[in-house]
Design a protein around this ligand. Structure first.
Ligand code: NAP
Length: 309
């Protein structure tokens, strides 16, 4: 069976950065890119807030740079994904999508998380053309404009508040008549003069044209079924994220939402020799630069672990 000192699962900024560090440490890591090579950033348009790119950079281009940087240091980057893994004893045995097994002394899980979507065809059609799942990433493109945020949790409220500092007006669209967010967050939203609540409302259609991108949303009252339209140029969907941890269920300690629990300030998980990095263990920040930092931390934790064991 093939053997490696470090198996990296996932290929966003966390996975590739872990590949760069473990590669430079001569651990000859094997990295499986997963079902979406490059991760979430490959489906965004431009990244303006990753340090080192003063003019911004395309998500795919940045991931390609990170990938090549990892390969330069001997990281064995493979197309494919890990179907299942046995973490009950070390070395761990992982099986790829072709059924081939790899034995790993350590594992870095960097499988990320994906945004939950409303499920409209128009939502996917205008993704990156007015539809976004990250206000921190895309908000600055909507300066002075009117946008809608969908959701009633802390993320939706935080995004609505942040967007209100940039935009002329923000509609916060929530399917019930009560927010799920913390009381403090609710207070900030409800007293913000730039935020208008659309209670008991669901987005039933995202309106737009191929030339202009998003031009509005159609809302349907969840109680009466009545419809109305709002003119907006951006729609920020903030109805939660789903970490890619299903294949680890029952083997690693996960929190209620399925994120991997790590032993802060390290990247150690509940299983010795298994480390986590990026969005898969971070429901709060979800930023590429944080994921990259997490990849660095996990790689350094792996090095230390291998020295001590
Ligand atoms: P969340 O708490 O699960 O809230 C998701 C929201 O989206 C809910 O209001 C839900 O409505 C709504 N929703 C779900 N599916 C929907 C659908 N198909 N259509 C329309 N609306 C839908 O998720 P989150 O806000 O991303 O927060 C995740 C976790 O991170 C939470 O524990 C949160 O407290 C934490 N967080 C904390 C902070 C902070 O403290 N600064 C910031 C961000 C997140 P219902 O309410 O009707 O279910």
């Amino acid at each position: 069976m093939e053997k490696t000192r470090c198996l990296i699962i996932g290929s966003g900024p966390a996975g590739y950065t872990a590949g760069i560090y473990t590669g430079r440490a001569d651990l000859k890591p094997i990295l499986f890119e997963g079902e979406q090579p490059g991760g979430q950033l490959t489906i965004t348009t431009e990244i303006e807030n990753f340090p080192g790119y003063p003019e911004g950079i395309g998500g795919t281009e940045m991931m390609d740079d990170l990938r090549r940087q990892a390969m330069r240091f001997g990281c064995d980057v493979r197309t494919g994904y890990i179907r299942d893994i046995d973490l009950s004893k070390r070395p761990f045995v992982a099986k790829d999508d072709h059924g081939k097994e790899v034995e790993a002394e350590t594992v870095i899980v960097a499988t990320g998380a994906t945004a939950r979507w409303i499920g409209l065809e128009s939502e996917q059609k205008y993704y990156g053309e007015g539809v976004s799942a990250c206000a921190t990433c895309d908000g600055p493109f909507y300066k002075g404009q009117t946008v809608a945020v969908v959701g009633g949790g802390d993320t939706a409220c935080e995004e609505a508040n942040y967007l209100s500092t940039l935009c002329a007006k923000v509609y916060l669209v929530h399917r019930r008549d009560e927010l799920r967010a913390s009381k403090a967050m609710q207070h900030r939203v409800l007293t913000n003069p730039k935020i208008e609540m659309c209670w008991n409302s669901r987005v039933s259609e995202i309106l737009g044209t191929p030339l202009d991108g998003v031009t509005g949303v159609e809302l349907t009252d969840t109680k009466t079924g009545e419809k109305c339209q709002k003119e907006v140029t951006g729609v920020f969907v903030a109805i939660g994220h789903k970490p890619a941890t299903d294949f680890l269920r029952g083997q690693l300690k996960l929190n209620e939402q399925g994120y991997i629990e790590i032993q802060h300030p390290t990247s150690a998980t509940s299983v010795a020799g298994v480390f986590a990095a990026g969005d898969v263990c971070d429901p709060n920040y979800r930023q590429a630069v944080m994921a990259a930092a997490g990849g660095c931390r996990a790689a350094m934790d792996v090095e230390r672990f291998l020295q001590e064991n």
